[in-house]
Unconditional design. Structure first.
Length: 236
Protein backbone atom coordinates (compact mmCIF):
# COMPACT_ATOMS: atom_id res chain seq x y z
CA UNK A 1 0.00 0.00 0.00
CA UNK A 2 1.38 3.34 -1.07
CA UNK A 3 0.24 6.50 0.74
CA UNK A 4 1.16 9.96 -0.52
CA UNK A 5 0.15 12.82 1.75
CA UNK A 6 1.70 15.34 -0.62
CA UNK A 7 -0.50 14.26 -3.52
CA UNK A 8 -3.34 12.88 -1.41
CA UNK A 9 -3.68 9.40 -2.85
CA UNK A 10 -3.54 5.79 -1.73
CA UNK A 11 -2.65 2.92 -4.04
CA UNK A 12 -3.74 -0.42 -2.64
CA UNK A 13 -1.74 -3.52 -3.56
CA UNK A 14 -3.71 -6.65 -4.42
CA UNK A 15 -1.42 -9.69 -4.40
CA UNK A 16 0.18 -10.43 -7.80
CA UNK A 17 -0.96 -7.27 -9.58
CA UNK A 18 2.36 -5.55 -10.36
CA UNK A 19 2.59 -4.04 -6.88
CA UNK A 20 6.40 -4.35 -6.81
CA UNK A 21 6.66 -2.37 -10.02
CA UNK A 22 4.23 0.26 -8.73
CA UNK A 23 6.26 0.62 -5.53
CA UNK A 24 9.49 0.95 -7.50
CA UNK A 25 8.06 3.69 -9.69
CA UNK A 26 6.35 5.60 -6.88
CA UNK A 27 8.92 5.06 -4.13
CA UNK A 28 9.84 8.74 -3.94
CA UNK A 29 6.20 9.64 -3.22
CA UNK A 30 5.45 6.90 -0.70
CA UNK A 31 4.90 8.23 2.84
CA UNK A 32 3.19 5.17 4.27
CA UNK A 33 4.04 4.46 7.93
CA UNK A 34 3.28 0.78 7.40
CA UNK A 35 5.84 -1.88 6.54
CA UNK A 36 5.61 -3.79 3.28
CA UNK A 37 6.81 -6.90 5.12
CA UNK A 38 5.09 -8.75 7.97
CA UNK A 39 4.35 -6.66 11.07
CA UNK A 40 1.73 -6.39 13.82
CA UNK A 41 -0.78 -3.68 12.94
CA UNK A 42 -2.26 -2.10 16.12
CA UNK A 43 -5.41 -0.94 14.33
CA UNK A 44 -6.21 -4.45 13.08
CA UNK A 45 -4.63 -6.35 15.99
CA UNK A 46 -3.05 -8.95 13.75
CA UNK A 47 0.00 -9.56 11.60
CA UNK A 48 -0.36 -8.12 8.10
CA UNK A 49 1.81 -6.90 5.22
CA UNK A 50 1.57 -4.57 2.23
CA UNK A 51 -1.38 -6.40 0.63
CA UNK A 52 -4.10 -4.98 2.89
CA UNK A 53 -7.61 -5.34 1.45
CA UNK A 54 -9.96 -2.39 1.22
CA UNK A 55 -11.91 -3.55 4.30
CA UNK A 56 -8.65 -3.57 6.25
CA UNK A 57 -7.65 -0.19 4.87
CA UNK A 58 -11.04 1.15 6.00
CA UNK A 59 -9.98 0.47 9.60
CA UNK A 60 -6.86 2.63 9.30
CA UNK A 61 -6.85 6.37 10.09
CA UNK A 62 -5.58 7.16 6.58
CA UNK A 63 -8.90 5.97 5.16
CA UNK A 64 -10.61 8.96 6.80
CA UNK A 65 -8.45 11.58 5.06
CA UNK A 66 -10.53 11.79 1.90
CA UNK A 67 -7.64 10.86 -0.40
CA UNK A 68 -8.12 9.34 -3.84
CA UNK A 69 -7.84 5.56 -3.64
CA UNK A 70 -6.79 3.30 -6.50
CA UNK A 71 -5.91 -0.33 -7.18
CA UNK A 72 -4.83 -2.51 -10.08
CA UNK A 73 -6.45 -5.86 -10.84
CA UNK A 74 -5.43 -8.83 -12.98
CA UNK A 75 -7.24 -11.68 -14.69
CA UNK A 76 -7.83 -14.58 -12.30
CA UNK A 77 -5.95 -17.18 -14.38
CA UNK A 78 -2.69 -15.25 -14.31
CA UNK A 79 -3.14 -14.18 -10.68
CA UNK A 80 -3.64 -17.78 -9.57
CA UNK A 81 -0.67 -19.12 -11.50
CA UNK A 82 1.54 -16.22 -10.46
CA UNK A 83 0.51 -16.86 -6.87
CA UNK A 84 1.51 -20.50 -7.25
CA UNK A 85 5.00 -19.37 -8.33
CA UNK A 86 5.21 -16.71 -5.63
CA UNK A 87 4.45 -19.19 -2.86
CA UNK A 88 7.47 -21.21 -3.94
CA UNK A 89 9.72 -18.13 -3.97
CA UNK A 90 8.50 -17.11 -0.51
CA UNK A 91 9.25 -20.55 0.93
CA UNK A 92 12.80 -20.20 -0.33
CA UNK A 93 13.45 -16.55 0.53
CA UNK A 94 11.37 -15.42 3.51
CA UNK A 95 12.97 -17.55 6.28
CA UNK A 96 16.28 -15.69 5.89
CA UNK A 97 14.74 -12.21 6.08
CA UNK A 98 14.66 -9.99 9.16
CA UNK A 99 11.44 -10.10 11.17
CA UNK A 100 10.26 -7.50 13.72
CA UNK A 101 9.94 -10.18 16.44
CA UNK A 102 10.48 -13.87 16.99
CA UNK A 103 6.78 -14.63 17.41
CA UNK A 104 5.96 -13.01 14.08
CA UNK A 105 8.72 -15.07 12.47
CA UNK A 106 7.29 -18.23 14.04
CA UNK A 107 3.85 -17.37 12.63
CA UNK A 108 5.21 -16.73 9.15
CA UNK A 109 7.28 -19.93 9.18
CA UNK A 110 4.16 -21.89 10.12
CA UNK A 111 2.29 -20.34 7.19
CA UNK A 112 5.16 -21.20 4.86
CA UNK A 113 5.14 -24.75 6.16
CA UNK A 114 1.42 -25.06 5.46
CA UNK A 115 1.97 -23.76 1.93
CA UNK A 116 4.84 -26.16 1.35
CA UNK A 117 2.75 -29.10 2.52
CA UNK A 118 0.11 -28.27 -0.05
CA UNK A 119 2.75 -27.95 -2.77
CA UNK A 120 4.19 -31.34 -1.83
CA UNK A 121 0.72 -32.89 -1.86
CA UNK A 122 0.26 -31.39 -5.34
CA UNK A 123 3.72 -32.61 -6.43
CA UNK A 124 4.50 -28.98 -7.34
CA UNK A 125 2.00 -29.21 -10.19
CA UNK A 126 -0.27 -26.20 -10.66
CA UNK A 127 -3.24 -28.21 -11.92
CA UNK A 128 -3.17 -30.38 -8.79
CA UNK A 129 -2.48 -27.41 -6.50
CA UNK A 130 -5.44 -25.32 -7.64
CA UNK A 131 -7.75 -28.30 -7.12
CA UNK A 132 -6.42 -28.75 -3.57
CA UNK A 133 -7.00 -25.09 -2.78
CA UNK A 134 -10.12 -24.91 -0.65
CA UNK A 135 -12.74 -22.20 -0.69
CA UNK A 136 -11.90 -20.92 2.79
CA UNK A 137 -8.28 -20.41 1.73
CA UNK A 138 -9.46 -18.03 -0.99
CA UNK A 139 -12.37 -16.28 0.69
CA UNK A 140 -11.18 -15.96 4.32
CA UNK A 141 -8.89 -12.97 4.87
CA UNK A 142 -6.24 -13.37 7.55
CA UNK A 143 -6.13 -17.14 7.85
CA UNK A 144 -2.79 -17.39 6.02
CA UNK A 145 -1.16 -14.06 5.24
CA UNK A 146 1.33 -15.90 3.02
CA UNK A 147 -1.46 -16.90 0.65
CA UNK A 148 -3.54 -13.76 0.04
CA UNK A 149 -5.04 -15.15 -3.15
CA UNK A 150 -8.40 -13.54 -2.49
CA UNK A 151 -10.65 -12.18 -5.22
CA UNK A 152 -9.16 -8.94 -6.51
CA UNK A 153 -12.41 -7.15 -5.71
CA UNK A 154 -11.51 -7.47 -2.02
CA UNK A 155 -9.21 -4.53 -2.79
CA UNK A 156 -11.60 -2.54 -4.96
CA UNK A 157 -15.02 -3.14 -3.41
CA UNK A 158 -16.50 -2.73 0.06
CA UNK A 159 -19.90 -4.05 1.12
CA UNK A 160 -20.53 -5.13 -2.51
CA UNK A 161 -19.96 -1.62 -3.88
CA UNK A 162 -16.91 -0.22 -5.65
CA UNK A 163 -15.01 1.74 -3.04
CA UNK A 164 -11.87 2.84 -4.91
CA UNK A 165 -11.86 5.79 -7.26
CA UNK A 166 -9.66 4.25 -9.95
CA UNK A 167 -9.24 0.65 -11.15
CA UNK A 168 -6.42 -0.21 -13.53
CA UNK A 169 -5.65 -3.52 -15.19
CA UNK A 170 -2.30 -5.27 -15.29
CA UNK A 171 -3.11 -6.39 -18.84
CA UNK A 172 -2.98 -2.72 -19.85
CA UNK A 173 -0.43 -1.73 -17.23
CA UNK A 174 1.53 0.99 -19.01
CA UNK A 175 -1.59 2.67 -20.39
CA UNK A 176 -3.51 2.38 -17.13
CA UNK A 177 -0.54 3.38 -14.97
CA UNK A 178 -0.21 6.57 -17.01
CA UNK A 179 -3.95 7.14 -16.56
CA UNK A 180 -3.54 6.62 -12.81
CA UNK A 181 -0.76 9.21 -12.73
CA UNK A 182 -2.98 11.72 -14.49
CA UNK A 183 -5.80 10.87 -12.10
CA UNK A 184 -3.70 11.71 -9.04
CA UNK A 185 -1.97 14.63 -10.81
CA UNK A 186 1.62 13.37 -10.80
CA UNK A 187 4.19 13.05 -13.55
CA UNK A 188 4.57 9.58 -15.03
CA UNK A 189 7.81 8.24 -13.53
CA UNK A 190 10.54 6.36 -15.32
CA UNK A 191 9.39 2.86 -16.38
CA UNK A 192 11.27 0.90 -13.73
CA UNK A 193 10.11 -2.72 -13.46
CA UNK A 194 10.45 -5.12 -10.55
CA UNK A 195 9.91 -8.88 -10.31
CA UNK A 196 10.95 -9.33 -13.94
CA UNK A 197 9.79 -12.95 -13.94
CA UNK A 198 6.30 -11.46 -13.97
CA UNK A 199 6.39 -9.66 -17.31
CA UNK A 200 2.95 -8.36 -18.20
CA UNK A 201 1.02 -9.38 -21.28
CA UNK A 202 -0.49 -6.25 -22.76
CA UNK A 203 -3.91 -6.35 -24.35
CA UNK A 204 -6.28 -9.31 -24.26
CA UNK A 205 -3.63 -12.01 -23.89
CA UNK A 206 -3.45 -14.09 -20.74
CA UNK A 207 0.06 -15.28 -19.93
CA UNK A 208 -0.65 -18.51 -18.08
CA UNK A 209 -4.15 -19.67 -19.01
CA UNK A 210 -2.93 -21.88 -21.85
CA UNK A 211 -0.62 -23.73 -19.46
CA UNK A 212 -3.56 -24.95 -17.38
CA UNK A 213 -5.82 -27.89 -17.98
CA UNK A 214 -9.52 -27.24 -18.51
CA UNK A 215 -10.45 -28.40 -15.00
CA UNK A 216 -8.07 -25.81 -13.53
CA UNK A 217 -9.64 -23.04 -15.59
CA UNK A 218 -13.06 -24.26 -14.48
CA UNK A 219 -11.96 -24.21 -10.84
CA UNK A 220 -10.66 -20.66 -11.21
CA UNK A 221 -13.89 -19.62 -12.96
CA UNK A 222 -15.78 -20.79 -9.87
CA UNK A 223 -13.47 -19.38 -7.20
CA UNK A 224 -13.11 -15.98 -8.86
CA UNK A 225 -16.52 -15.66 -10.48
CA UNK A 226 -17.01 -12.19 -9.00
CA UNK A 227 -13.78 -10.89 -10.55
CA UNK A 228 -14.76 -12.09 -14.02
CA UNK A 229 -18.10 -10.34 -13.66
CA UNK A 230 -16.90 -7.09 -12.09
CA UNK A 231 -13.84 -6.50 -14.24
CA UNK A 232 -15.02 -7.91 -17.57
CA UNK A 233 -12.45 -10.67 -17.94
CA UNK A 234 -13.16 -13.40 -20.49
CA UNK A 235 -13.73 -16.90 -19.15
CA UNK A 236 -12.19 -19.95 -20.79
Amino acid sequence: MIISHRYKFVLLAPWKTASSTAHARLEALDESPYSRFFYFNPFLNRVVHQHLTYAEFASLPESKLGYKVAAFVRNPYDRAYSGFLQVQRDIKNQPSLEFPSEWIKALVLKQLSDNQTKLIDARYDFDLWIQLLQEFEVFQVGRNANLPLHPANYWTHYNSMQAVDFVGKVEEFETDFAAFCRFVDIDVPEPVNQNLSEQFVEGDGYRYAAQMCSSSRSRINTLFESDFDLFGYTRF
